[in-house]
Design a protein around this ligand. Structure first.
Ligand code: ASP
Length: 332
């Protein structure tokens, strides 16, 4: 039988005889990398949210709390007290409304919960956790995410505030339409497009990994837009046997390459976290995109690394706190 390209499906069938005919090097299994040991508790948080988020999360971890409670509390702190880029009173969309994307991943079960374009509810990461713990779903979006949150006991409230109103008024004075219309400007730097995400990865004393992220996404986005943050493998990813990765930047493009999944899989194969972060971003650049973006990764033994692209002038950093204290690492 031929498909619409006229290729016979049978020509793809490789039977035992066909495999036997292949050179040994083509069928040999690659050597299995040594298992990655579980390290001591840590919390990693991206951007300048790091020190204060870690200051919330570390005492919890040190006191024996689970990494999921820690990640939720650290991200809640940023959602409530961060700045314009995460949570309420931040980045408005094309019609002046602030909407939120968030995701949480629990290492021991590989369960994931996420919300996209969540409206009128402040703590998006907590709603994402409810999706994970109270449903069989992974991602709930839009007004239905708001209704779901209300069913879970969250209070509905406006996410508009003085900062989002002022930003919208300034933008609307000269714009009537989101700059996200039109083709992706490949080859041109997009550093003027503003956005940030808080990403957080923690390992607790029981050796359990949790990864989370939360954002209000790209400034003046088209209503209904969902970015990379609630997409597993895009905005964040983790694997209990390996470690985690969190991304930030132009999520519309980054989600096409699943950079956090890519980085975790490279680490699984034995690559150092720093090289894995660089390779995941290089894949995007190699495809011809000149986006602004960053990725931070940490192996479950506590070794970490990060990379950024297109942000020569943007000081992207991340902070890691362990029993030895907090270290903030500027990403070169
Ligand atoms: N990646 C986020 C988004 O595109 C924003 C950011 O991290 O800068 O929604």
């Amino acid at each position: 039988m031929a498909d619409d390209k006229g290729i016979s499906r049978r020509s793809f069938a490789v039977g035992a005889a066909g495999l036997a005919a292949l050179p040994a090097a083509a069928t040999a299994k690659p050597p299995k990398p040594a298992p990655i040991p579980i390290g001591k508790p840590f919390i990693l948080t991206t951007w300048n949210f790091g020190p204060s988020a870690n200051a919330v999360g570390w005492p919890m971890l040190a006191g024996g709390a689970s990494s999921i409670d820690t990640v939720e509390a650290a991200i809640n702190h940023v959602e409530e007290f961060g700045d314009y880029w995460v949570g309420a009173d931040g980045v408005p969309n094309e019609v002046g409304e602030t909407t939120l994307d968030a995701m949480i991943l629990w290492g021991p079960t590989h369960d994931i919960g996420a919300v996209g374009c969540l409206k009128r509810v402040r703590r998006a990461i907590s709603v994402a956790r409810k999706v994970m713990e109270e449903t069989q779903h992974t991602l709930i979006v839009g007004d239905d995410a708001t209704r779901f949150a209300a069913r879970m006991g969250f209070t509905e409230t406006s996410l508009t505030g003085p900062k989002s109103q002022a930003a919208f008024a300034k933008w609307a004075a000269t714009h009537s339409k989101s700059d996200a219309f039109g083709p992706e400007p490949r080859g041109q730097s997009d550093t003027l497009r503003a956005h940030d995400t808080v990403g957080c990865i923690a390992l607790d004393a029981a050796g359990n990994l949790c990864v989370g992220c939360s954002t209000n996404g790209r400034e003046f986005k088209i209503p209904g837009r969902v970015g990379d943050s609630p997409i597993p493998g895009a905005g964040a990813y983790g694997d209990q046997a390996v470690g985690g990765a969190v991304a930030t930047g132009n999520g519309d493009v980054m989600m096409r390459f699943l950079p956090t999944y890519h980085a975790v899989e490279l680490m699984r194969g034995g690559m150092h976290p720093q090289a894995a972060a660089e390779a995941a971003l290089r894949r995007i650049a190699d495809a011809g995109y000149s986006i602004g973006g960053g990725i931070a990764v940490i192996r479950r033994d506590g070794v970490h690394g990060a990379a950024k692209t297109g942000w020569d002038e943007v000081p992207f950093d991340y902070s890691v706190q362990t029993a030895s204290g907090n270290v903030t690492v500027p990403v070169a």
